[in-house]
Structure formats: structure tokens, C-alpha cells
Design a protein around this ligand. Structure first.
Ligand SMILES: NC(=O)c1ccc[n+]([C@@H]2O[C@H](COP(=O)([O-])OP(=O)(O)OC[C@H]3O[C@@H](n4cnc5c(N)ncnc54)[C@H](O)[C@@H]3O)[C@@H](O)[C@H]2O)c1
Length: 258
């Protein structure tokens, strides 16, 4: 590929998951030194090993941390600096889901999902910004969801965090422009990650059946592959997007026109 992130250090939260792992791989292909952060130590080890096996010369490491607490975010940034040097790129991607209608939503669920999906993005930004400001071309990409901009029933807590990410992205872009840091968000549509495979299996549907079933609410009628999200993340993080900030990009197979 084109070494668009050559010599740059990147942190990706939720790095053991589908989109996080694919982004780690693409970043390594493009010459970045990558720290993947995820509390799932076993999955993290597997993703790091796979990237090392598949990308010649990949400089990638894992940090088994839960970034919902502020001290762990400072730890993640320190680990990246120790392993690879100051941070140039931050991808906030960690995410959990919850399925409680708002009329029944429990305080504990609210607290957990806000901590993982929203506060971790704020704490990671706060911890990484001193490095990003010094970088001169620092970039942050925050992963939201199509449901951060459109509505549905049943996942109000998740959707509220995803809308919050878009608002926080705009504010950060405003506040950091004078320091040369670009901040953008990206909304994936239905992306076939291990999360969806596990959920389908629980409902008795195999991965093959899931892949074959048409996706109803996008005009392309198919699932997105995690790499199709990772590539736009790469572009937003790279200097090719040097005039992009405060933007929210939809990567959703054409959902809004339906
Ligand atoms: N897959 C989709 O269809 C889709 C659609 C829209 C948005 N997204 C968003 O994309 C992001 C990645 O989703 P995915 O589908 O790859 O999911 P995934 O479940 O495969 O990956 C999410 C990762 O985040 C990690 N994580 C959870 N809590 C964490 C914490 N406290 N600290 C650090 N890491 C933590 C998980 O261990 C997991 O590895 C999420 O923010 C999700 O909301 C996904």
C-alpha cells in the first residue's frame, strides 16, 4: 500500500474487536506503529498475533485495559509512548450495546454504557491531546453509528451515546483546530463483526446464513466488511484528509436515501 501513516504512532481502543482489529491491520499496512487497547486480553493477543503474521514488519502491540476509567486512559497513552513514541493518531472505537427500552433502562446500564461509549472517548482525548498537539498533524477519529443520527426503538442508551460522540467530536474539533489537531467522527452501518456473529449464533443463525441474508435497510443490501470501515478511518487519520475536521462521515451502504 502507500505508507500513509509511516512513522506515526496510533492508539485504537476496542482494538480486539472487528472494526478495531481491521483498523489496526490497515494502519500497520500503511506504516503506523499501533497500540491496540482492549480489556479482552485473549482476543487482543489473537488480533496482535494475526496482524504480525499477515503484515510484514508490522509494529503492533496490545494493552489489556478497560478505558472506561480515566486512569486507564492515561495508562494507555503512556504505554503507546513507551512502546512507540508520542501519539499522532487516536481512534476511539470501544463500544458496548444494551437493549433496554428507555422506560425500563436501569441506572447501572446507563452508567456502564456512558462510561464505555462516551466517557472513554473524552478521557482518551484528554490523555492523548498533549501529544496530538505537539505532532503538528495530530488526528482523532471517533466511531459513532448510523443510529447516532437516526432513530429506532429498543437501543436508546446506545443511540444516545453515539449521538453524544458526534457532538463531542464537533466541540473537540473547534477547541483543537488552533493546535493543528483534526477531529472527525465516522458512522458505520451494519458491519459484520464477531459481535454480530455471536449474537446471531445465540439466536440459532449461522455466520453463513447471516452473510447470505440481504441487509434490509441499506441500498447495497449487504453487510459491510470491517475493512470497508477501516479504510475510511485510515483516510481521515492521514494527511490526505488535511482539510477535514468536525465532519461526520456516513459509511452505511446508502442508508439515508431509503
Ligand atoms: N458492527 C457494526 O455493525 C457497528 C455499527 C455501528 C457502529 N459500530 C461501532 O463500531 C465500534 C466497534 O464495533 P464492532 O462491531 O467492531 O464491535 P466489537 O464488539 O467486535 O468490538 C468492540 C470492542 O470494544 C471492546 N471494549 C468493550 N469495552 C471496552 C472498554 N471498556 N475499554 C476498551 N475496549 C472495550 C470490546 O472488548 C470489543 O473488542 C463500536 O463503537 C460500535 O458501536 C459498529
Amino acid at each position: 500500500m502507500t505508507q500513509r501513516l509511516a512513522g506515526r504512532t496510533a492508539i485504537i481502543t476496542g482494538g480486539a474487536g472487528g472494526i478495531g482489529g481491521a483498523t489496526g491491520r490497515v494502519f500497520c499496512e500503511e506504516g503506523a506503529r499501533v497500540l491496540l487497547v482492549d480489556p479482552n486480553a485473549e482476543a487482543l493477543e489473537e488480533v496482535v498475533a494475526a496482524i504480525r503474521a499477515e503484515v510484514a514488519g508490522a509494529e503492533v502491540a496490545g494493552a489489556a485495559l478497560d478505558v472506561s476509567a480515566e486512569p486507564a486512559c492515561a495508562e494507555a497513552v503512556a504505554a503507546a509512548r513507551d512502546a512507540f513514541g508520542p501519539v499522532d493518531v487516536l481512534v476511539n472505537n470501544a463500544g458496548i450495546r444494551s437493549y433496554e427500552p428507555l422506560a425500563e433502562a436501569k441506572a447501572e446500564t446507563w452508567e456502564r454504557i456512558l462510561a464505555v461509549n462516551l466517557l472513554s472517548y473524552a478521557f482518551m482525548a484528554k490523555a492523548a491531546l498533549p501529544d496530538l498537539r505537539k505532532a503538528g498533524n495530530g488526528a482523532m477519529v471517533n466511531i459513532s453509528s448510523t443510529y447516532g443520527v437516526s432513530g429506532r426503538a429498543g437501543m436508546g442508551q446506545y443511540d444516545a451515546t453515539k449521538a453524544g460522540i458526534i457532538a463531542m467530536t464537533r466541540t473537540l474539533a473547534f477547541e483543537e483546530a488552533e493546535y493543528g489537531v483534526r477531529v472527525n467522527s465516522l458512522c458505520p452501518g451494519y458491519t459484520l463483526t464477531p459481535f454480530h456473529v455471536r449474537r446471531a449464533a445465540e439466536a440459532g443463525t449461522s455466520e453463513a446464513e447471516l452473510r447470505a441474508a440481504p441487509v434490509k435497510d441499506c441500498i447495497m443490501r449487504r453487510w459491510c466488511d470491517p475493512r470497508e470501515i477501516a479504510l475510511p478511518i485510515l483516510w481521515l487519520a492521514s494527511d490526505e484528509a488535511s482539510y477535514m475536521t468536525a465532519t461526520n462521515i456516513m459509511v452505511d451502504g446508502g442508508r439515508p436515501v431509503m
